[in-house]
Structure formats: structure tokens, C-alpha cells
Design a protein around this ligand. Structure first.
Ligand code: ADE
Length: 231
């Protein structure tokens, strides 16, 4: 999988070198290119934003640097890439979307700042990319970089060979195989810690009862915290 990131803060993506994603890059399962949007400006101030037409607070990202940065990505793209535009106005990102994206060969992330990117960039991009405007959740970040990092982590860990133990994909929260329920609480040794004991059933060695207890915990937790997932 090829990932291209366009940003005015390339340093954010140093975090991709860490942990399992870093290993996926070292192992060449993922190739990452980070482009500084300011490299596609031509004025001395390297400006990427301007005041909004129609007035209002804040600044809007100018279309020209975005057009040139996206042209540069396309010039090296063998096929039509996916363009993810992180935005609080996007479709909510979830495990199903992560799964879909994990089957793509080339994803470009356009990380906007300020009040967003001139909308014509998105319109233009739709002719050349499969554009996905995606939101991390109902809150406002200062820009798309942190959202892109979160989405990349969710996608890359689904690629074959990235996780040491692929079984952990099946059981975790939001995984399809757990029927979309939240994960049950987990424990490790010691059996007693600061006066708190691990639930007896988990020490019983009785697989059926353990499975039953876990299913019940998942259901109760989901009912309490995420009733929307129960349908
Ligand atoms: N940019 C700013 N806020 C965001 C959010 N909630 N999700 C994705 N991108 C964003």
C-alpha cells in the first residue's frame, strides 16, 4: 500500500516511524511519502491561506498549492488513488471504512488547516481520485494531521503481516466477528492486586463459561456505553 500525505506540518508524520506502523514501513508493506504543501507555493511568504469570500472568521486554504501538490502525486500514481480529506464535516470514520481502505493500493491524505480547503479543490479532485471526506468524530481538531494519523493506524494494522498475532483482529472492539459489540474487560497476572481479584470464572479453566462470561460483559458494556451499536 502506498500512502501520500500532503500537509503544512510534515513533522507530524514522524510518528509513523514508531511501533507496528514503523515496522510495516521498514518491511516495505507500506510506502509513505510526505509532501509539504508550502513547496507548491510560489510567493516569498509561501502562503497557503487567504480570507474567505463572503466574509466570516478565519482563513481558507488557497486552491493553487493544493492543485499543484495533487498534480505531483498523480504524476507518480499508476492508478486512480483514493483521496481522503479529513474534516469535521465528513462522513464518520469507522472500522468498516478502515476495512474498505485497507484493500486500496494508494491512499492520499489531504490535511487541511484553518477553516478548511477551498471547495473547488474537492470538486476538481473528484475527477481524478475517489474522494472520501471523513471525520474522526464530533469534535473539532486544529487540522487534519491527527485525524490522518488515526485513520492510517486503523487501516495499516489491518494489512496482512502487520500484526504479530492476526487473531487479535477478530476479538477486539468494533470487529465484525464480535457482532460489533465492545470488548469485554481483560486481566493478567497477578490474580490478586491491591485487594482486587480477577473474576473467578477466568481462573476456572472452563472455556465455555469463560466465553459466556465474556459475551455477557460485552453485551452489558455495549448496552451501558454504546446502545446505538445494539441496533
Ligand atoms: N479536522 C478538524 N477536525 C476534524 C475531525 N473531527 N475529523 C477529521 N478531521 C478534522
Amino acid at each position: 500500500m502506498r500512502l501520500d500525505l500532503i500537509t503544512i506540518f510534515p513533522e507530524y508524520f514522524a510518528a509513523l516511524q514508531l511501533s507496528l506502523i514503523g515496522k510495516a514501513i521498514t518491511d516495505d508493506l507500506v510506502q509513505v511519502g510526505v509532501r509539504d504543501l508550502r513547496d507548491y507555493t510560489h510567493d516569498v511568504h509561501r502562503s497557503v491561506d487567504d480570507t474567505p469570500y463572503g466574509g466570516g472568521a478565519g482563513m481558507v486554504m488557497k486552491p493553487e498549492p493544493w492543485g499543484e501538490a495533487l498534480d505531483a502525486v498523480l504524476a507518480e500514481a499508476p492508478q486512480r488513488p483514493v483521496l481522503v480529506v479529513p474534516s469535521p464535516s465528513g462522513v464518520p470514520f469507522n472500522q468498516g471504512i478502515a476495512e474498505e481502505l485497507s484493500h486500496q493500493s494508494h491512499i492520499v491524505f489531504a490535511c487541511g488547516r484553518y477553516e478548511g480547503i477551498d471547495h473547488r479543490v474537492i470538486e476538481w479532485a473528484k475527477q481524478r481520485f475517489d474522494v472520501r471526506e471523513l471525520s474522526l468524530g464530533d469534535y473539532v481538531l486544529n487540522g487534519g494531521e491527527v485525524a490522518a494519523l488515526a485513520m492510517i493506524e486503523a487501516v495499516v494494522r489491518l494489512l496482512p503481516g502487520v500484526l504479530g498475532n492476526p487473531d487479535s483482529l477478530v476479538e477486539e472492539s468494533y470487529a465484525v466477528a464480535t457482532d460489533g459489540l465492545l470488548e469485554y474487560p481483560v486481566y493478567t497476572k497477578p490474580a490478586s492486586w491491591r485487594g482486587l481479584d480477577v473474576p473467578e470464572v477466568l481462573l476456572s479453566g472452563h472455556h465455555g463459561k469463560v466465553a459466556q462470561w465474556r459475551a455477557e460483559q460485552s453485551r452489558n458494556l455495549t448496552a451501558a456505553r454504546r446502545p446505538d451499536l445494539l441496533g
